[in-house]
Design a protein around this ligand. Structure first.
Ligand code: PA5
Length: 428
């Protein structure tokens, strides 16, 4: 089993039998596309289709072109149009990558200082742009893209800019599709039946990942195999559904926050992706768990006091890896002034594992906070693909258990309307 939902540290036994029928019913509604938001279930078998389809070879070719001709790829997108790629690139290449082209993230903010710094940095560098927007009208992304396009066109000319720009957008409609067609940009498709936060296994996530050197075929194979495993409606066997039911159980018992924690700084962006997935899918109709995240042991030196003894509004979900990507042995120091010789000769992973065990005991047993442990064999391209799908399937199940449409986000429009009105956008 690639991922195990370990419920040994939740301090009780969940009566899974009482959920079985409901889970089967929801599973059937996902399969026969009869539930709320069923027009957005394209992600369910997307990986398998993408592996066989015509776009993957084009993604790989474009990624090669970017690697060969440019030093930097600027990924211009926001929300579901960049979080998955960023999560994967940091998870697999690390936060201080020692190979591959540099990736710069833009299009997710209006901050003039950040955007000016990025443009200043890019002005004399060889860079390509992957602009990603399903709608093409997202203001943060569209504004940054306009500035990037202007920089490229003024500096290198229209033709060179055309070659350096890759657009990922809705396959059928939208402002970016119209612009891309007019300018002749190489264009990748986000199928109309897949929403932004479920789009990491499409060109939205795959092109930046492939350009950064990730084996996206393996990642898709992981998602494809996860789709097979998690199509099993049996709650006894389906680890994604077990996770969905466990979090729903704690919500029903009065918890209002889920704290998702990992032990790897390279997974901070994965927790950002997870926050969006659950926050946008479930935070509606005055319901659902607030998705919060932490990185241990780092955040135990900031939030640790609250987690141990503060208000009991949350449960924890801990991602635990069976293997580390790299390791290092702790050296012996003759003087031992730092008092660390008791660890000499041991690998750092030994310390990390003991920290995990100690924290688990402290939080679940002493602190009485339920801890769900998601055990992932290791973090590589294949396993990350598996994990992405695990969370997506669990999220759909979880939202449906809560009586919600997992695939819309009506609340996001409210700030936009106000902002457009204040900006004087025609029609607002
Ligand atoms: O998940 C979602 O649907 C959102 O986060 C969108 O991805 C985000 O708002 C960006 O939208 P677009 O891709 O249309 O620019």
């Amino acid at each position: 089993m690639v991922i195990k939902t370990n419920l040994e540290h939740i301090g009780e036994k969940i009566d899974f039998a009482s959920y079985e029928e409901k889970v089967k019913e929801i599973d059937a509604s996902i399969k026969n596309k009869s539930g709320a938001g069923a027009d957005f279930l394209g992600w369910v078998n997307q990986a398998e289709e993408y592996l066989k389809g015509e776009e993957l070879p084009r993604v790989l070719k474009a990624a090669k072109t970017i690697q060969e001709h440019y030093d930097i790829l600027v990924v211009c997108g926001i929300g579901g149009s960049y979080l998955g790629a960023r999560a994967a690139i940091e998870a697999l290449k690390g936060t201080i990558p020692h190979s591959g082209i540099q990736i710069i993230w833009l299009g997710e903010t209006f901050d003039p200082a950040y955007i000016c710094q990025a443009l200043h940095y890019l002005k004399d560098k060889k860079f390509a742009v992957n602009v990603i927007s399903k709608s093409g009208t997202t203001t943060e992304t569209a504004l940054s893209f306009r500035l990037l396009r202007e920089l490229l066109e003024k500096r290198d000319g229209k033709e060179a800019a055309r070659k350096a720009i890759f657009a990922t957008t809705d396959g059928e409609k939208g402002a970016l599709l119209t612009l891309a067609k007019k300018e002749g940009y190489e264009t990748f498709r986000l199928p109309s039946d897949i929403g932004g936060r479920y789009s990491v296994q499409t060109a939205v996530g795959l092109l930046p990942m492939a350009a950064s050197g990730i084996d996206v075929t393996r990642l898709l194979e992981g998602s494809r195999d996860a789709a097979k495993e998690y199509s099993n409606p049996s709650l006894k066997e389906n680890a994604a559904y077990q996770y969905a039911v466990a979090r729903h159980h704690f919500y029903e018992k009065g918890k209002s926050v889920e704290l998702f924690a990992t032990y790897l700084p390279s997974l901070v962006q994965l927790t950002e992706w997870w926050k969006q997935l659950y926050g946008e899918s479930e935070g509606k109709e005055g319901k659902s768990l607030f998705p919060a995240a932490a990185t241990f042991t780092t955040d135990l030196h900031s939030l640790g006091q609250f987690i141990q003894e503060g208000s009991p509004i949350f449960f924890e979900t801990i991602l635990h890896l069976g293997e580390n990507a790299e390791d290092i042995s702790i050296p012996l120091d003759e003087e031992n002034l730092d008092g660390l010789n008791y660890l000499a000769g041991k690998p750092l992973s030994f310390v990390q594992e003991k920290a995990f065990q100690g924290v688990l005991e402290a939080h679940s047993n002493i602190g009485k906070t339920p801890n769900i442990v998601l055990e992932l064999e290791k973090m590589d391209d294949y396993h990350l693909g598996y994990l992405f799908y695990f969370f997506e399937k669990a999220c759909a199940m979880s939202a449906y258990l809560n009586g919600l449409n997992p695939f819309n986000q009506p609340g996001v429009e409210v700030y936009k309307k106000n902002m457009f009105h204040l900006l004087g956008k025609p029609g607002y």
